[in-house]
Ligand binder design. Structure first.
Ligand SMILES: Nc1ncnc2c1ncn2[C@@H]1O[C@H](COP(=O)(O)OP(=O)(O)OP(=O)(O)O)[C@@H](O)[C@H]1O
Ligand SMILES: [Mg+2]
Length: 306
């Protein structure tokens, strides 16, 4: 094949990355390469797609009472899964569980099972830092490092000691992040000189530079104008060919436009008036937005409450 030399270094990098974490967290190679759907808690498959994550009775607390509880659904490979629901229902709390970002909050306690490629993400011997390389995160506010555009991208690969031509790695990531054409002539300038939308695509590219498996996005467009938002949405549709994406959004049109599956959360009050988040419904996005099974979902997605 004539294009082999072009794609090979990247493929090799990805394989090395894959093997590295797989060995450390004990992920089976066949699971990474495309195994059948992970069984659900009751033993039956929970969907037609291979599951990247399986959530079983997940509960997260910041003190004695849970902030979100009873979460059970699978997150599919090469799909976009949207988490929606009113403020305070635990969307950020849950998404942070998926790459162990909650470990950084001293009071946070995660119970239940978070399975990643069928392996317990919180199991003994799993390296949380390694997990965060495989499962990248993009935040509400773009957070480039106070460095050049080039160094923002090269930072992760350098820390990881990734082999290959750094210029190629940087170019590839910026192209994947759909920001290359806008910055290729000013790679050595400070990233703070970019627009907010460009900075957010830089942050996505920074995630991609270390060849992750999953990209978590917590309201990635809430600080952006509609044009930048459209660019990020187009980018997400491209990226799901190669990655799995979980997005938290308050923008119902965005969830309906980009996601394959949607989980709708709500806040419930217990007898002692403690508020905690619950999943009301998890289903194909089309169903959630056109024919939801629960009246609370319908009220929320049609904007009657929120
Ligand atoms: N670091 C923290 N320490 C203590 N409590 C927290 C912390 N982070 C979140 N909480 C609480 O957990 C609950 C869920 O918050 P979370 O931020 O996950 O909600 P959210 O659905 O992302 O809301 P929003 O849509 O406003 O971003 C809230 O009651 C919140 O006060
Ligand atoms: Mg949030």
């Amino acid at each position: 094949m004539t294009d082999q030399p072009v794609t090979e270094p990247q493929d090799r990098r990805e394989e090395e990355q894959e093997r590295g974490l797989s060995q450390r967290i004990g992920v089976r190679q066949d699971a990474v390469a495309g195994a059948p759907a992970v069984d659900g808690p009751a033993g039956g498959p929970r969907g037609p797609h291979e599951a990247i994550f399986g959530l079983e009775e997940v509960q997260v607390s910041y003190g004695p009472k849970p902030a979100v509880r009873g979460v059970n659904f699978d997150i599919g490979k090469n799909e976009i899964t949207a988490l929606i629901g009113p403020s305070g229902c635990g969307k950020s709390t849950l998404i942070r569980c998926l790459n162990r970002m909650n470990d950084l909050i001293p009071t946070a306690r995660v119970e239940g099972k978070v399975l990643y490629h069928g392996q317990d993400l919180y199991g003994a011997g799993v390296d949380a830092v390694e997990v965060r390389k495989r499962i990248g995160m993009v935040f509400q506010k773009p957070n480039p490092f106070p460095k050049s555009i080039y160094d923002n991208i090269a930072f992760g690969p350098r820390v990881l000691g990734m082999k290959g031509d750094m210029d190629e790695i940087v170019e590839h990531a910026l192209k994947q992040g759909a920001v290359w054409d806008e910055v290729k002539d000013r790679l050595k300038t400070n990233a703070f000189g970019m627009s907010g939308g460009q900075q957010q695509r830089l942050c996505i590219a920074r995630c991609l530079a270390v060849s992750p498996d999953v990209i978590l996005m917590d309201e990635p467009c809430s600080a952006l104008d509609p044009i930048s938002t459209g660019k990020i949405e187009d980018l997400m549709m491209e990226l799901k060919q190669d990655f799995s994406i979980v997005i938290v959004t308050h923008n119902m049109q965005q969830a309906a436009r980009v996601s394959d599956k949607t989980a709708f959360f709500t806040v419930e009050l217990d007898d002692e008036e403690h508020r905690s988040g619950r999943v009301v419904e998890f289903d194909d996005t089309e169903k959630i937005f056109t024919n939801p099974g629960d009246p609370r979902t319908e009220a929320y997605v049609t904007g009657k409450v929120g």
